[in-house]
Design a protein around this ligand. Sequence first.
Ligand code: SAM
Ligand code: SF4
Length: 327
Amino acid sequence: MLIDNHNRRINYLRLAVTDRCNLRCNYCMPSEGIDFAKKDKLFTIDELTAVSRILVEQGIDKLRITGGEPFVRKDLMVLLRRLSKMEGLKDISITTNATLIGPHIDELKQIGITNVNVSLDAIDKATFERITRRDQYDTVYGNLIRLISEGFNVRINFIVLEDQNIQDILPILEVMKNYDVSVRFLEEMPFNGGSKKFNTINWNYKRILEHITSKYPDVQEIPSPKTSTSINYKIKGHRGTFGLIPSFSRTFCGSCNRLRISATGDVITCLYAKPCANLRDILRGENMEERVKQQILKAVGNRAATGFEAQAKYAKVFENSMTSIGG
Ligand code: SAM
Ligand code: SF4
């Protein structure tokens, strides 16, 4: 079992499979993209399998595949098939922009990977295309509705962006009210690869809630697991739920159970922290299993208590892009 230096059990791995993406969301990266990693710097599918197996042996039982856009990797399904059979792994999920998932929906269901987070920051097509800088709304919306209709456990991630999509917050709840889906509103974080700079946000989770309750005054908070990053609510008459994620306010750090591994092998113990090790060369060298385990134990034993503590030690944190950290 992995227990960190603040006595928190670490059982959740967020594994990035690529830093590349077919969208250019303006809160994630600049329009020209970032300096994407060369192919030989990315883990191969065999390496991603090996690293997952080692961490599962150490006590990880929940794994989220992220990126970049996971489905830009043509060999992603090979990894997912292997993970679906990995003993000890109880919960596998994927975060995706849903542009490329369509052809894989049947097989995902068949292998039992049904937890899918879809990023959708607008319900209005023009707003979506302004934010993502790509013309993919119809595909994304079609795949989203298909996933929900086919019984996947779908959560929508909607990043609240001042001057960009505030006008879509209430409409997305209205459009989704007949669907069994959770719409989660996330605070924007300054990990955009230099697209824009900010040190604070005007739309924090409290303001988002005030905005929502201006239309739905009788929202009811519903219980959430202790390690959840979202505060969840039910609106009377809506089939699904909505959630608020204070990703910039960081109210949930105390119960954090996560570890991140980037597509190039960086071990990241907090979104706001500097990578504390790199596993790629270790995995390609001698005696790798033992050495990977040591690095993980060391990382877990040296975690910051909160994102604020981590940020204080890492002056360049806000130069990062979420596509290379893995979200
Ligand atoms: N491409 C996939 C997607 O968009 O779902 C997976 C990778 S993306 C980096 C993972 C999550 O991070 C997405 O939900 C995305 O909206 C979120 N994200 C990216 N940049 C962010 C930022 N600056 N602030 C808050 N969330 C961000
Ligand atoms: Fe791509 Fe996801 Fe970043 Fe958007 S948020 S640019 S879809 S990695």
